[in-house]
Write a protein that binds this ligand. Structure first.
Ligand SMILES: CC(=O)[C@@H](O)[C@H](O)COP(=O)(O)O
Ligand SMILES: NCC(=O)COP(=O)(O)O
Length: 237
């Protein structure tokens, strides 16, 4: 069984584009849980261009499934996560100016830093996951940091799958086998979608959780737009 955690960053992006509170991210989190989502993921960035630090605090009492906060463990992010105390923190090595996450950790180069940060979160009862590329030595490096889980960065799989190249899954399967052998839990995310999720799941042994946002929100627009147009037409009769 793989848990679906819905990333609600895009809901905050839409809200921020008008400056008001529509759509309301807390209400959206409540609704996705009511519809069956098994977790809520947010990824506050230092510029707060979508999810804001205050959203992370406001969501805490309403997320009764798994609450996952992702981000680069700079001081302000660490303070936020340590005060909110989500179920899980996912560490992502984002550059400040990155449009979205675009690489996993170099777990070898940043080993000492990751060991310290991970120990601090674990000491506070927060499960840790670190975002990694599907590279065997990086998975071994992840193990050495003491993290509970890894999150496989799935952009390259999604890209290859979209091009019709199913072999793009191979490094992910190998990485998952190694992670299982090492006793690391396995999460995955980035550009997963209705098109590619089943194939991914079938090829990753013991996939514990996926976090999906961008495609899920885009798909929801497409799958919902016919209904909404009909409702407007009905009211305009
Ligand atoms: C960690 C990751 O894979 C990202 O997909 C991220 O959580 C999404 O961030 P943005 O919504 O800022 O693109
Ligand atoms: N950790 C990945 C995530 O939360 C969502 O990524 P995406 O589906 O928005 O690409």
């Amino acid at each position: 069984m793989t848990k679906l955690s819905v990333n609600i960053n895009k809901i905050a992006t839409l809200r921020n584009s008008r400056g008001g509170d529509v759509p309301n991210v807390v209400q959206f989190a409540k609704d996705v849980q009511r519809f069956g989502a098994e977790g809520v993921t947010i990824h506050p960035r230092p510029d707060e261009r979508h999810i804001r630090y205050q959203d992370a605090r406001d969501l805490k009492p309403e997320v009764y499934t798994e609450y996952n906060i992702e981000g680069n463990p700079i001081k302000s992010f660490m303070d936020l996560v340590l005060s909110v105390k989500p179920t899980q923190v996912t560490l992502v090595p984002d550059a400040e100016d990155a449009i979205t996450s675009n690489a996993g950790w170099d777990t070898i180069k940043h080993k000492d830093f990751l060991i310290d940060v991970i120990a601090e979160f674990q000491k506070n009862g927060i499960r840790t996951s670190i975002f990694v590329d599907p590279i065997l030595k990086q998975i071994e490096g992840a193990k050495a940091t003491g993290t509970d889980r890894i999150e496989l960065y799935t952009e390259s799989f999604a890209h290859q799958y979209n091009l019709g190249n199913k072999d793009g899954i191979l490094p992910y399967t190998e990485s998952a086998i190694l992670a299982n052998d090492l006793g690391l839990g396995i999460n995955a995310g980035h550009d997963l979608s209705l098109d590619n999720i089943q194939f991914f799941k079938e090829n990753i042994p013991n996939l514990l959780e996926v976090s999906i946002g961008h495609a899920l929100v885009a798909e929801s627009l497409y799958l919902g737009v016919e209904n909404v147009i009909q409702m407007y037409l009905h009211k305009l009769k």
